[in-house]
Design a protein around this ligand. Structure first.
Ligand code: PHE
Length: 448
């Protein structure tokens, strides 16, 4: 059964694919931005605590659901259900996650398209194609449509090939590239004037802010987005892992990689902002906070690269390739959720389901592109601030309240005979039943 539907061929393949999903624009852009606007290391501290105490347990719930069900999110959740109402509820939660993944991809693809156009821009300049270069970095519907299409093509190209020859093979190529580029860029930025000031701003906690509720809400949202929770993605990736693997360790390793790369991204972006200030670029907004959001990535950093002369062309290229690669390893996971559903529930061939679903998602992207000013934020908010926490919370409720305890424990034990002596075994089922849903709901309600 498992062989027929495909799966990861190795442990490393899974780790890189799941880390690829987790590590994306959320880490390299979102995390440093949030850190910069939330009191530096105070945010990092709270983020670390929440990532391991809440996001990791919820992440384990999704992985276990998938590995138990050996199927897409809806089928997996339905396998755990006994009563008719539970099966209906399973459909709502599973399908909700799939819709959430599709919505995220619809706006993520646009932003990834910008990253790609900004990566091409230095090449155009190198060949003195100034007009093309200007066009590449100016907002226009044509550019947005073109680069979103291009990005979707790459995503479809990988997903069409399936799990082992698509997701796994490309994650193994792209993740080392991503980590290599990130490290080279950090080392380079550290040699520039102003970097140490940025390092201080990043690593000096403003401890008064640690208990600020807004900071908690932002950190939890960031941790859930970063681990791709509430989107059916980790359920489907979990379903592709062999029963022989120790899921608890694998999940912890992926969380660790995700958190570490976010931390490293902070070491690149925040010092780079201060280097830019050294070069005379304004990095603070009118209210005294560090410029964040799109202006940081598309205005401040390019201004810095411009000041670096010829070298800046290479740095700009490397930086935006890094962003694009990070986005690609995430977008493939977002497409896999709906594709696996179409393949397994509606018997559509993968080669057909992949382009079909991506065209539907692209249509949503096109609507967003034509109404960029309000729709981009709206769809992002809908999917990440409402969809993800609600679905992730319902997954925990499912595991805690609907799945039978003996079955949960049996699934945890697969590939991990020693687990009975661990803390995870003793507290996780209880934790997932009570603590996770209540904590997620509390933070969610506060954010409203
Ligand atoms: N985790 C990805 C990031 O940090 C985004 C993502 C969200 C990927 C949801 C898949 C599903 O950018």
């Amino acid at each position: 059964m498992a062989a027929a539907r495909g799966g990861f061929s190795s442990r490393l393949g899974f780790i890189l694919a799941a880390a690829g999903s987790a590590v994306g624009l959320g880490n390299i852009w979102g995390f440093p931005t949030q850190t910069a606007s939330n009191g530096g290391a105070a945010f990092v501290l709270v983020y670390l605590i929440l990532a391991f105490s809440l996001a990791y347990p919820a992440f384990m719930a999704e992985l276990l659901i998938g590995r138990y069900g050996q199927a897409n999110a809806v089928t997996s959740l339905q396998k755990m259900s006994r009563k008719a109402w539970q099966k209906k509820f399973a459909f709502v939660v599973g399908f909700g996650g799939i819709i959430c993944a599709a919505l995220i991809l619809s706006f993520y693809g646009i932003i990834a398209g910008w990253m790609m156009s900004y990566a091409v821009e230095p090449i155009a300049r190198m060949f003195s194609l100034q007009q093309t270069a200007d066009w590449l970095i100016t907002q226009s519907n044509v550019r947005n449509l073109l680069f979103t299409t291009l990005f979707m093509f790459l995503t479809v190209f990988i997903i069409r090939k399936g799990v082992e020859d698509g997701i796994e093979k490309w994650s193994k190529r792209l993740m080392p590239l991503l980590i290599g580029l990130l490290i080279i860029l950090i080392v380079y930025v550290m040699t520039l004037d102003g970097a140490s000031e940025g390092l201080q701003a990043y690593l000096n906690p403003d401890l008064e802010r640690v208990f600020h509720p807004d900071l908690l809400v932002s950190a939890l949202g960031q941790a859930f987005f970063s681990l791709s929770l509430g989107t059916s993605v980790m359920v489907i990736y979990g379903s592709y892992i062999s029963k022989k693997e120790n899921l608890i360790t694998l999940g912890a390793q992926v969380t660790l990689i995700d958190v570490s790369i976010a931390f490293l991204a902070g070491l690149l972006i925040i010092p780079a902002m201060y280097v830019a200030q050294h070069q005379g670029v304004a990095i603070f907004a009118a209210d005294g906070s560090l410029i964040a959001g799109p202006s940081m990535v598309f205005t401040v950093l390019p201004a810095l690269f411009n000041d670096m002369g010829f070298m800046g062309l290479f740095v700009a290229f490397a930086f935006f390739v890094l962003m694009s690669v990070a986005a690609l390893t995430s977008s493939i996971s977002m497409l896999e959720g709906p594709v696996s559903y179409a393949v397994e529930r509606h018997n559509i061939q993968r080669e057909k389901a992949t382009p079909l679903i991506s065209v539907i998602i692209f249509c949503i992207s096109a609507i967003i592109i034509f109404n960029l000013d309000f729709m981009l934020d709206f769809v992002a908010m809908l999917a990440t601030e409402y969809g993800q926490p609600i679905i992730a919370m319902l997954c925990c409720v499912f595991v805690g309240w609907i799945w039978h305890r003996t079955e949960i424990l049996e699934e945890i034990k697969q590939g991990n005979e020693q687990v009975e002596h661990t803390l995870f075994w003793k507290i996780w089922p209880w934790y997932c039943k009570f603590v996770c849903p209540v904590a997620i709901a509390t933070v969610f309600i506060h954010s409203l």
